[in-house]
Design a protein around this ligand. Structure first.
Ligand SMILES: Nc1nc2c(c(=O)[nH]1)N[C@H]1C(S)=C(S)[C@@H](COP(=O)(O)O)O[C@H]1N2
Ligand SMILES: [Mo]
Length: 520
């Protein structure tokens, strides 16, 4: 039993050290290529859409920590098993380490932006884990030779020094000493792992801190004045992406390449981009994975370079109908060329609510396409725009079955009162948001307990590209009640009651909330 525990602990500690050192190297040299992150990323890429939907729905933004922890747990279990079996057959240590190394390297290579050097951290982790486990098991082996069935151990201070040089004659019991030697080795490994992981954390933190300052020029075309309550603070803005570690990009090293079906390839530095006339607009962005009533939507005041003039400068070739935006970590997002030329404010955004983009939201530059879900028009950490055709290339999400078009559906949500709220009878303000970017919202209606639809009051908006805040004054009567909302967009289309799942082209259906009204 003791032996089992010792083997398992040795396995876990050795793997921990290997991974921690690899994370340290990755943080310094190849961010995003750490073994856990590489495997986690590959898992994300390979996860069936239904499971991904489930994870986003049930775990929200915790999906990433949960995934990383799961990968860590699987590795730990495997390492523990190798530690236990390795006590009997030392060759298994090498085999186990090789399996982990190859799995990590393969995962790193399979990532959209994976290159050969990305396999380095995983191979390093495997080598360190293997050697460390070998060493720890050697320590433990001396222990098991000394202890079984032997008389109560009488360790003397002197035997400490001589123990290692007396491997031949193990007759006299020295289990206490050996146990201490094993524990010392284990503590050494654990300490080194903690140091390495701490170092990796510090590097990641500082790398993120120094690089997000940018001097923002004034817009050539300012946003229309709007109610500050229209905008979601950047800290509250939803985040959805496949990046297990947020890319940290040096703005001085960043560049954008515009190529493919263009007359003249362009390469722009961030300064080049910031020297162009900038537009500032309030635009609502939402995720196709959002459930009816869900939280993955926000509105921000964006500052950016309009994409249309840039594409015209590059000289679009006849037939190009898709812009494939590529990010530093290899995401591809396909956006119709038409959305850059039809007069809407499709842009390369550099700022959100008056500050440079937060790293989580795409620093230094992201795409933004009013009227399209994020997966179809809002590539973060963008570094390349390839002009091509929809026939020639399927972007990341389209390969996974999501709709090519990505046009946002007309929708609405009740934010107040909260679900299952207990209210006092009398006047109650029911409030929420409705959105149909590009088409705008013409009308929002509320129905109580399936009764007639009554118009809600709409707050003013700067354009058709933001959500509309609405409110409705309800005279609440005692009892349980169900509140429902539906919107009518600027084309006159009434939001459908028919329920559709987010996959493949966005959820539909009315949002309802149940409340209880009780006399005070
Ligand atoms: N590089 C990159 N850009 C991306 C994604 C991604 O996974 N990687 N996800 C897209 C999706 S699905 C959405 S909904 C929006 C979310 O943007 P936000 O996180 O700033 O709210 O980013 C889009 N841009
Ligand atoms: Mo999304």
């Amino acid at each position: 039993m003791r032996g089992l525990l010792r083997g398992a602990a040795a396995g876990v500690l050795a793997a921990g050290l290997g991974i921690a050192v690899a994370e340290l190297f990755a943080a310094a040299a190849r961010p995003g290529a750490g073994p856990l992150v590489a495997v986690g990323g590959a898992v994300i890429d390979a996860t069936p859409t239904a499971v991904k939907e489930f994870a986003v729905r049930e775990l929200g933004t915790h999906d990433k920590p949960v995934l990383l922890a799961s990968v860590g747990l699987v590795v730990a279990l495997f390492a523990a098993l190798i530690g236990v079996l390795g006590q009997r057959r030392r060759a298994l240590v090498a085999a186990g380490a090789a399996v982990l190394g190859v799995a990590g390297a393969a995962a790193a290579l399979s990532r959209p932006a994976g290159t050969l050097p990305d396999t380095g951290p995983s191979l390093l982790a495997a080598a360190i884990a293997g050697v460390t486990l070998w060493w720890l098991l050697a320590q433990a082996a001396r222990l098991s030779v000394a202890s079984p069935g032997s008389a109560p151990s009488v360790s003397s201070p002197g035997s400490d020094l001589s123990a290692s040089s007396r491997r031949g004659d193990r007759a006299e019991p020295a289990a206490g000493t050996e146990r201490r030697a094993f524990l010392r080795g284990a503590a050494l490994v654990a300490g080194a792992a903690v140091l390495a992981e701490g170092g990796a954390l510090i590097i990641r933190r500082t790398a993120g801190r120094v690089r997000t300052d940018l001097r923002l020029p004034a817009p050539a075309s300012a946003a229309k004045p709007s109610d500050p309550r229209l905008v979601t603070p950047a800290g509250d803005f939803y985040r959805v992406d496949t990046a297990l570690t947020v890319p940290r990009i040096d703005p001085d090293a960043w560049s954008l390449r515009v190529h493919g079906m263009v007359g003249r390839e362009l390469r722009l530095s961030l300064d080049d981009l910031l020297r162009r006339p900038l537009i500032e607009r309030d635009i609502t962005l939402n995720c196709v994975s959002n459930e009816v009533g869900g939280p993955y939507i926000g509105t921000a005041r964006w500052l950016g370079v309009p994409l249309g003039p840039l594409l015209r400068e590059a000289g679009l070739l006849e037939g190009a109908d898709q812009i494939v935006a590529r990010s530093v970590e290899g995401m591809t997002i396909g956006t119709p060329v038409a959305t850059a030329l039809d007069g809407r404010d499709t842009m390369l955004a550099v700022a959100m609510n008056g500050a440079p983009l937060p790293p989580e939201h795409g620093f230094p530059v992201r795409m933004l396409t009013p009227g399209l879900y994020g997966y179809a028009g809002a590539c973060k950490w963008v570094t390349e725009l390839e002009l091509t055709t929809f026939a020639a290339f399927d972007a990341y999400w389209v390969k996974r079955g999501w709709a090519r078009a990505g046009t946002v559906r007309t929708a609405s949500r009740i934010d107040k009162p909260r679900p299952f709220a207990r209210l006092a009878p009398g006047p109650v303000t029911v409030a929420g948001v409705a959105w149909a970017q590009r088409r705008g919202i013409a009308k929002v209606e509320v129905s109580v307990d399936g009764g007639p639809w009554r118009p809600a009051e709409l707050l003013p908006v700067p354009s058709v590209d933001t959500w509309v805040q609405w409110r409705y004054s309800w005279r609440a009567t005692t009892g349980p009640h169900s509140l429902a909302v539906r919107a009518t967009d600027g084309d006159g289309t009434v939001q459908t009651e028919e329920r559709a799942t987010p996959f493949p082209s966005g959820a539909t259906g009315w949002h309802t909330t149940t409340v209880t009204v009780t006399p005070a």
